[in-house]
Design a protein around this ligand. Sequence first.
Ligand code: NAP
Length: 214
Amino acid sequence: MKIAILGGTGPEGAGLALRWALAGHEVIIGSRQAERAKAKAAELSERAKGATIVGMANREAAAAGAVVVLALPAAGLAATLPDVKEACRGKTVVSTVVPLTFGGPRLHTPPPAGSAAEEAQAHLGPEANVVAAFHHIAAHELASEHSIDCDLLICGDDAAAKATVADLGKSMGLRVLDIGPLTNAGPIEGIAALLATINRRYKIKNSGIKITGL
Ligand SMILES: NC(=O)c1ccc[n+]([C@@H]2O[C@H](COP(=O)([O-])OP(=O)(O)OC[C@H]3O[C@@H](n4cnc5c(N)ncnc54)[C@H](OP(=O)(O)O)[C@@H]3O)[C@@H](O)[C@H]2O)c1
């Protein structure tokens, strides 16, 4: 699969890129600046010898990818997505975005749409198939060399898009749980805010979740 990761220069996108490249996928790192994307792609290629990882500006990356992953801060969605709307038409778009506000009274700060994933869907229009996923897979875990000890919860409104994302999760060794429509993205993103709080309180970088009872 050819996967474009917008904001792939950050720790979450770079970690996903590394895992997918090692699993045999072609990865395109996207950035607001093509040079930064190329530099990150070169750095990751050193860790994934023989893999295909290239860098491009976000718009070109979105156009080149079969799947487009949003790995940028929630504050960047409004500025980034109108520019890639056309390129995302008919594609699976994965939102890893957690709407957090640091230093204020409330860490989890969902937008009026209900969740960052629903905001992304609104910016991209109904032709893009947005799936919310990977919020609970810490960048620190992705960058490690051991297997990831966490379940992957995904939600979205298009069954085929969810199946594609489930395959991407399984390709990095994760157990995947479909938790329904995109309106469930708010709770998924909220749990990621809880994990961020746990990380800070317990001075760790990689808390995660596993569902019991299955
Ligand atoms: N870090 C984690 O462990 C983790 C875990 C789960 C989910 N997430 C979520 O995944 C997303 C990415 O996390 P991250 O830690 O990698 O984030 P980050 O480092 O803050 O940002 C990732 C990339 O987004 C681009 N960016 C930054 N501000 C932007 C803006 N205003 N508009 C457009 N692009 C912007 C930057 O790339 P360029 O400057 O190259 O364009 C940056 O390298 C976030 O929404 C986060 O909540 C993170």
